[in-house]
Design a protein. Structure first.
Length: 254
Protein backbone atom coordinates (compact mmCIF):
# COMPACT_ATOMS: atom_id res chain seq x y z
CA UNK A 1 0.00 0.00 0.00
CA UNK A 2 1.04 3.57 -0.34
CA UNK A 3 0.19 6.38 2.03
CA UNK A 4 -0.17 10.10 1.40
CA UNK A 5 -1.03 13.00 3.68
CA UNK A 6 -2.71 16.06 2.19
CA UNK A 7 -4.69 18.85 3.80
CA UNK A 8 -5.35 16.90 6.98
CA UNK A 9 -6.37 13.67 5.24
CA UNK A 10 -4.32 10.48 5.29
CA UNK A 11 -5.10 8.37 2.21
CA UNK A 12 -4.16 4.70 2.35
CA UNK A 13 -4.29 3.03 -1.07
CA UNK A 14 -4.08 -0.73 -1.48
CA UNK A 15 -1.74 -1.19 -4.41
CA UNK A 16 -1.81 -4.81 -5.54
CA UNK A 17 -4.15 -4.35 -8.53
CA UNK A 18 -2.81 -7.49 -10.22
CA UNK A 19 -4.58 -9.56 -7.50
CA UNK A 20 -7.48 -7.15 -6.93
CA UNK A 21 -5.71 -5.73 -3.87
CA UNK A 22 -5.97 -8.99 -1.93
CA UNK A 23 -4.66 -8.80 1.63
CA UNK A 24 -1.66 -10.75 2.85
CA UNK A 25 -0.62 -10.96 6.49
CA UNK A 26 1.97 -8.29 5.76
CA UNK A 27 -0.68 -6.00 4.22
CA UNK A 28 -2.85 -6.27 7.32
CA UNK A 29 0.10 -5.56 9.60
CA UNK A 30 1.04 -2.51 7.55
CA UNK A 31 -2.55 -1.23 7.53
CA UNK A 32 -2.81 -1.60 11.32
CA UNK A 33 0.49 0.24 11.74
CA UNK A 34 -0.64 3.12 9.53
CA UNK A 35 -3.97 3.45 11.33
CA UNK A 36 -2.15 3.48 14.68
CA UNK A 37 -0.14 6.51 13.58
CA UNK A 38 -3.20 8.66 12.91
CA UNK A 39 -3.77 11.48 15.38
CA UNK A 40 -6.40 14.25 15.59
CA UNK A 41 -3.47 16.63 16.04
CA UNK A 42 -2.41 15.95 12.45
CA UNK A 43 -5.41 14.45 10.66
CA UNK A 44 -9.07 15.20 10.13
CA UNK A 45 -9.83 11.85 8.49
CA UNK A 46 -8.45 8.71 6.89
CA UNK A 47 -9.48 7.51 3.44
CA UNK A 48 -9.11 3.85 2.47
CA UNK A 49 -9.22 3.01 -1.24
CA UNK A 50 -7.80 0.67 -3.84
CA UNK A 51 -5.60 0.99 -6.91
CA UNK A 52 -7.07 -0.27 -10.16
CA UNK A 53 -10.53 -1.74 -10.55
CA UNK A 54 -11.01 -3.23 -7.06
CA UNK A 55 -11.20 -1.99 -3.50
CA UNK A 56 -10.06 -5.37 -2.17
CA UNK A 57 -10.82 -8.99 -3.00
CA UNK A 58 -10.15 -9.97 0.63
CA UNK A 59 -7.58 -12.45 1.88
CA UNK A 60 -4.90 -13.63 -0.52
CA UNK A 61 -5.79 -17.23 -1.38
CA UNK A 62 -2.28 -18.01 -2.61
CA UNK A 63 -0.91 -17.03 0.81
CA UNK A 64 -3.52 -19.18 2.55
CA UNK A 65 -2.48 -22.19 0.49
CA UNK A 66 1.13 -21.85 1.67
CA UNK A 67 0.36 -21.65 5.40
CA UNK A 68 1.29 -24.49 7.72
CA UNK A 69 0.10 -23.66 11.22
CA UNK A 70 -1.88 -25.13 14.08
CA UNK A 71 -4.89 -23.50 15.74
CA UNK A 72 -2.80 -21.67 18.34
CA UNK A 73 -0.50 -20.27 15.67
CA UNK A 74 -3.48 -19.23 13.56
CA UNK A 75 -5.03 -17.44 16.54
CA UNK A 76 -1.83 -15.48 17.16
CA UNK A 77 -1.51 -14.54 13.48
CA UNK A 78 -5.16 -13.47 13.07
CA UNK A 79 -5.13 -11.50 16.32
CA UNK A 80 -1.96 -9.62 15.39
CA UNK A 81 -3.06 -8.87 11.82
CA UNK A 82 -6.75 -8.57 10.89
CA UNK A 83 -7.75 -8.46 14.56
CA UNK A 84 -5.41 -5.54 15.09
CA UNK A 85 -6.84 -3.77 12.02
CA UNK A 86 -10.27 -3.94 13.68
CA UNK A 87 -8.96 -2.56 16.96
CA UNK A 88 -7.04 0.29 15.32
CA UNK A 89 -9.96 1.22 13.04
CA UNK A 90 -12.61 1.20 15.77
CA UNK A 91 -10.42 3.02 18.28
CA UNK A 92 -8.94 5.55 15.83
CA UNK A 93 -9.65 9.07 17.05
CA UNK A 94 -10.50 10.35 13.58
CA UNK A 95 -13.21 9.18 11.15
CA UNK A 96 -12.29 6.56 8.57
CA UNK A 97 -13.85 6.76 5.12
CA UNK A 98 -13.93 3.75 2.79
CA UNK A 99 -13.78 5.00 -0.79
CA UNK A 100 -14.89 1.78 -2.46
CA UNK A 101 -13.64 2.22 -6.01
CA UNK A 102 -14.48 -1.35 -7.06
CA UNK A 103 -15.23 -4.84 -5.81
CA UNK A 104 -15.16 -5.38 -2.02
CA UNK A 105 -15.16 -9.05 -1.10
CA UNK A 106 -14.35 -10.93 2.12
CA UNK A 107 -12.05 -8.78 4.22
CA UNK A 108 -12.62 -5.98 1.69
CA UNK A 109 -16.32 -5.99 2.54
CA UNK A 110 -15.52 -6.18 6.27
CA UNK A 111 -13.12 -3.26 5.96
CA UNK A 112 -15.87 -1.15 4.40
CA UNK A 113 -18.10 -2.19 7.31
CA UNK A 114 -15.53 -1.28 9.95
CA UNK A 115 -15.08 2.20 8.45
CA UNK A 116 -17.13 5.10 9.79
CA UNK A 117 -18.30 6.05 6.29
CA UNK A 118 -18.37 4.07 3.06
CA UNK A 119 -19.17 5.25 -0.47
CA UNK A 120 -19.06 2.86 -3.40
CA UNK A 121 -19.13 3.06 -7.16
CA UNK A 122 -22.40 1.72 -8.57
CA UNK A 123 -20.77 -1.16 -10.44
CA UNK A 124 -18.88 -2.52 -7.42
CA UNK A 125 -19.62 -6.08 -6.36
CA UNK A 126 -19.77 -7.03 -2.69
CA UNK A 127 -19.61 -10.45 -1.08
CA UNK A 128 -19.09 -11.90 2.38
CA UNK A 129 -17.20 -14.69 0.69
CA UNK A 130 -15.34 -16.22 3.63
CA UNK A 131 -17.62 -19.27 3.63
CA UNK A 132 -16.56 -20.06 0.07
CA UNK A 133 -13.12 -20.99 1.40
CA UNK A 134 -14.36 -22.56 4.64
CA UNK A 135 -13.89 -19.55 6.93
CA UNK A 136 -16.08 -17.31 9.06
CA UNK A 137 -16.27 -13.52 8.54
CA UNK A 138 -13.32 -11.81 10.18
CA UNK A 139 -11.90 -8.26 10.26
CA UNK A 140 -14.80 -7.46 12.58
CA UNK A 141 -17.41 -9.03 10.34
CA UNK A 142 -19.20 -11.14 12.95
CA UNK A 143 -19.45 -8.10 15.23
CA UNK A 144 -20.29 -5.34 12.77
CA UNK A 145 -22.43 -6.92 10.07
CA UNK A 146 -25.41 -7.75 12.34
CA UNK A 147 -25.32 -4.19 13.64
CA UNK A 148 -25.21 -2.66 10.17
CA UNK A 149 -27.50 -4.86 8.11
CA UNK A 150 -29.53 -6.73 10.75
CA UNK A 151 -29.23 -10.22 12.16
CA UNK A 152 -31.05 -12.15 9.45
CA UNK A 153 -29.32 -10.37 6.57
CA UNK A 154 -25.93 -10.81 8.25
CA UNK A 155 -26.56 -14.55 8.53
CA UNK A 156 -27.67 -14.69 4.91
CA UNK A 157 -24.48 -12.97 3.77
CA UNK A 158 -22.21 -15.03 6.03
CA UNK A 159 -23.82 -18.42 5.40
CA UNK A 160 -24.28 -18.15 1.62
CA UNK A 161 -21.32 -16.02 0.52
CA UNK A 162 -23.59 -14.60 -2.17
CA UNK A 163 -22.49 -11.62 -4.25
CA UNK A 164 -24.54 -8.44 -4.59
CA UNK A 165 -24.26 -4.96 -6.05
CA UNK A 166 -23.46 -1.58 -4.57
CA UNK A 167 -27.03 -0.36 -4.71
CA UNK A 168 -28.14 -3.33 -2.64
CA UNK A 169 -25.24 -2.67 -0.27
CA UNK A 170 -26.56 0.87 0.19
CA UNK A 171 -30.11 -0.37 0.74
CA UNK A 172 -28.93 -2.65 3.55
CA UNK A 173 -26.79 0.16 5.08
CA UNK A 174 -23.51 -1.59 4.42
CA UNK A 175 -22.42 1.58 2.60
CA UNK A 176 -23.74 5.12 2.89
CA UNK A 177 -24.35 5.54 -0.83
CA UNK A 178 -23.68 4.01 -4.24
CA UNK A 179 -22.67 6.65 -6.79
CA UNK A 180 -21.59 6.75 -10.44
CA UNK A 181 -17.87 6.17 -10.84
CA UNK A 182 -17.25 9.70 -12.09
CA UNK A 183 -18.88 11.12 -8.94
CA UNK A 184 -17.03 9.08 -6.31
CA UNK A 185 -14.12 11.50 -5.85
CA UNK A 186 -16.44 14.49 -5.54
CA UNK A 187 -18.78 12.70 -3.13
CA UNK A 188 -15.94 11.72 -0.80
CA UNK A 189 -14.31 15.14 -1.08
CA UNK A 190 -17.57 16.84 -0.07
CA UNK A 191 -17.65 14.68 3.05
CA UNK A 192 -14.01 15.42 3.81
CA UNK A 193 -14.65 19.15 3.46
CA UNK A 194 -17.39 18.82 6.06
CA UNK A 195 -15.19 16.79 8.41
CA UNK A 196 -12.40 19.33 8.10
CA UNK A 197 -14.81 21.93 9.45
CA UNK A 198 -15.75 19.87 12.49
CA UNK A 199 -13.77 19.48 15.75
CA UNK A 200 -11.78 16.32 15.18
CA UNK A 201 -11.19 15.67 18.87
CA UNK A 202 -14.92 15.83 19.52
CA UNK A 203 -15.61 13.47 16.63
CA UNK A 204 -13.09 11.06 18.15
CA UNK A 205 -14.85 11.21 21.51
CA UNK A 206 -18.26 10.66 19.88
CA UNK A 207 -16.89 7.72 17.92
CA UNK A 208 -15.48 6.13 21.06
CA UNK A 209 -18.73 6.60 22.97
CA UNK A 210 -20.84 5.18 20.13
CA UNK A 211 -18.66 2.11 19.81
CA UNK A 212 -18.40 1.45 23.54
CA UNK A 213 -22.15 1.77 23.98
CA UNK A 214 -23.07 -0.36 20.98
CA UNK A 215 -24.08 -3.36 23.04
CA UNK A 216 -20.78 -3.10 24.95
CA UNK A 217 -17.79 -5.33 24.60
CA UNK A 218 -16.56 -5.05 21.00
CA UNK A 219 -13.07 -6.02 22.15
CA UNK A 220 -14.43 -9.23 23.62
CA UNK A 221 -16.46 -9.83 20.46
CA UNK A 222 -13.43 -9.28 18.24
CA UNK A 223 -11.32 -11.63 20.35
CA UNK A 224 -13.93 -14.39 20.21
CA UNK A 225 -14.07 -13.92 16.44
CA UNK A 226 -10.32 -14.49 16.32
CA UNK A 227 -10.67 -17.67 18.41
CA UNK A 228 -13.30 -19.12 16.07
CA UNK A 229 -11.47 -18.01 12.93
CA UNK A 230 -8.28 -19.73 14.09
CA UNK A 231 -10.32 -22.91 14.47
CA UNK A 232 -11.81 -22.45 11.00
CA UNK A 233 -8.34 -22.25 9.49
CA UNK A 234 -7.72 -25.80 10.76
CA UNK A 235 -10.75 -27.39 9.07
CA UNK A 236 -11.02 -29.58 5.96
CA UNK A 237 -13.58 -27.10 4.61
CA UNK A 238 -10.96 -24.36 4.54
CA UNK A 239 -8.44 -26.63 2.83
CA UNK A 240 -11.06 -27.68 0.26
CA UNK A 241 -12.13 -24.09 -0.37
CA UNK A 242 -8.54 -22.99 -1.03
CA UNK A 243 -7.81 -26.00 -3.26
CA UNK A 244 -10.99 -25.45 -5.27
CA UNK A 245 -10.22 -21.78 -5.77
CA UNK A 246 -6.71 -22.50 -7.00
CA UNK A 247 -7.93 -25.31 -9.27
CA UNK A 248 -10.72 -23.20 -10.77
CA UNK A 249 -13.55 -25.47 -9.69
CA UNK A 250 -16.52 -25.37 -7.34
CA UNK A 251 -15.66 -26.54 -3.82
CA UNK A 252 -17.11 -29.80 -2.54
CA UNK A 253 -17.78 -29.11 1.15
CA UNK A 254 -19.56 -32.44 1.57
Amino acid sequence: MHVTDDDGVRTITFDRPEVMNAFTTETAEELADELAKVSPDDHDAVVLTGDGDAFSAGGDIQSMAQREENTAEAYERVTETFGRVVEEALSARVPIVAKVNGDAVGAGLALAAVSDFAYAVEDATFGCAFVRVGLIPDTGGTFLLPRLVGLRTAKQLAFTGEFFGAREAAEMDLVNEAVPADELDETVEDLLDTLRKRPTTTIGLAKRAIHQNMGKGWREAADYENVVQSQAYDTPEHAEGVDAFLEGRDPDFN
